[in-house]
Design a protein around this ligand. Sequence first.
Ligand code: FAD
Length: 202
Amino acid sequence: MVATGLRDELPDIPGVHEQWGSGVLHCPYCHGYEVRDQPIAVVGGSNRPFTIHQASLIRQWSDDVVFFTNGIELSENERLRLDARSVGIVDVPVARIVVQDGRVIGIELTNGTVVPRTVVFVGPTFVPNDALLRSIGCTRLDNGWVATDPTGLTSVDGLWAAGNVSDSPAQLINSAAAGSKAAIAINHYLLELDVTRAVSAV
Ligand SMILES: Cc1cc2nc3c(=O)[nH]c(=O)nc-3n(C[C@H](O)[C@H](O)[C@H](O)COP(=O)(O)OP(=O)(O)OC[C@H]3O[C@@H](n4cnc5c(N)ncnc54)[C@H](O)[C@@H]3O)c2cc1C
């Protein structure tokens, strides 16, 4: 079983790496409740669809959300959908995340303006750590991720994958459950080999 997870490729903005997991977040289902009702920034990056969706989604946790497009060109309809939900939109590029005493206090734009914010959400690009699976020749889906059956079995006999390496949105509970499911399937697979070997020895 391969359970090597994924890498979050973050927007290349000063302050993002330093604050990752504390003042800079990506998952409202992990952190949304703790940062509810705060002035929240959503900053655009390379994962365009994820980030635009995130700007709408985060609005469920706070009335004060500003989307910093940061290079993302919004269509008229995308702008309308955010406007309709009272999500602020700033098109001036982001220069850095402003941090004071270890805490995010704002977003500095390239024109020098600082927009006060206490939390930043970004849309990382999710890259599976699947070099081993690919080198063995596992079939991949159209989106490039390794294909598995519901137990995690890949297209290669005897090789399972579990968790984020093959399932990007899986949270802790899903990843652990996938490991358990795969382990049971592997046990059944090995049992079948034992029985087959025993039968052929009779
Ligand atoms: C900032 C942040 C906050 C999060 N908060 C939550 C939360 O509150 N609740 C929640 O449910 N989920 C949360 N998640 C998601 C959670 O981390 C994942 O769902 C979970 O870790 C996936 O488990 P996994 O075992 O698939 O991968 P991982 O936990 O990433 O484990 C993979 C392991 O494989 C190792 N590895 C990689 N390549 C190799 C290799 N070639 N050889 C050997 N080892 C290798 C890695 O070092 C790592 O230890 C959060 C994620 C992030 C980034």
